[in-house]
Design a protein around this ligand. Structure first.
Ligand code: AMP
Length: 218
């Protein structure tokens, strides 16, 4: 069975960082809908023009649009062995659509309280060129900092400014948090304490994924 993993959690919980680690560990791609949309905005495509304003105010783009994008992405051959989904699903309608597209989902929720999220998001920097999330210690060096992966310039995401962050957290509470109830009863759901160090969170996640993979083989 394919290893289809969903990373749930509020913005700033560490989904992107942990999705990249998991993808590397299991040799499957990480698919971030936020990255796909940001790429489209940066490239100025038709899709990018449609979603730019919605993203900048911290709202969600339409379910049908994002479901179509993910469906297309999951048709590509590199997801045959599995995929780590980061930022999708974000509504119960998206979750229902995903259930029809992928089986054997493992759902991991990274739990972090709101005040910590605001702190993390306002200081977060990403690479302007490759989109990688900078290590917070590197980002704290300010203008002297560069992307560890490609050497590119680190910038703040336009939706990481504090007013937009608060809007995104509100949208998360209203539209995405109900997904916890959607998934909670499943044996393949696990919530992880996201207040630990990045390495400790990665270890906890790997332990849970290994345990769930072993359980379903039996
Ligand atoms: P992220 O990088 O996951 O925080 O996503 C950045 C922005 O992209 C979000 O604030 C939304 O505007 C949009 N977005 C990403 N994924 C989704 C999704 N699954 N459903 C709706 N909007 C999304």
């Amino acid at each position: 069975m394919a290893l289809n993993i969903v990373m749930l959690g509020p913005p700033g919980a560490g989904k992107g960082t942990q999705a990249a680690r998991l993808a590397q560990r299991y040799g499957i791609p990480a698919v971030s809908t936020g990255d796909m949309l940001r790429d489209a905005v940066q490239a100025g495509t038709e899709l990018g023009r449609r979603v730019k304003a919605v993203m900048e105010r911290g709202d969600l783009v339409g379910d049908d649009l994002i479901v179509d994008i993910v469906r297309e992405r999951l048709r590509r051959a590199d997801t045959a062995e599995g995929v780590v989904l980061d930022g999708f699903p974000r509504t119960t309608a998206q979750a229902a659509a995903l259930d029809a597209m992928a089986d054997g989902l493992i759902v991991l929720d990274i739990a972090v309280p709101d005040d910590e999220l605001v702190r993390r998001l306002s200081s977060r920097r990403i690479c302007r060129d490759c989109g990688a999330i900078a290590d917070p210690a590197v980002a704290a060096r300010g203008d002297a900092a560069a992307c560890a992966r490609c050497g590119g310039t680190l910038v703040q995401r336009s939706d990481d400014h504090e007013d937009v962050v608060r809007e995104r957290l509100k949208v998360y509470q209203q539209r995405t948090r109900p997904l916890l109830d959607y998934y909670r009863q499943r044996p393949s759901f696990q919530s992880i304490d996201g207040l630990q160090s990045t390495d400790a969170v990665a270890e906890a996640i790997a332990r849970e994924v290994d345990r769930m993979v072993t359980a379903r083989r039996q």
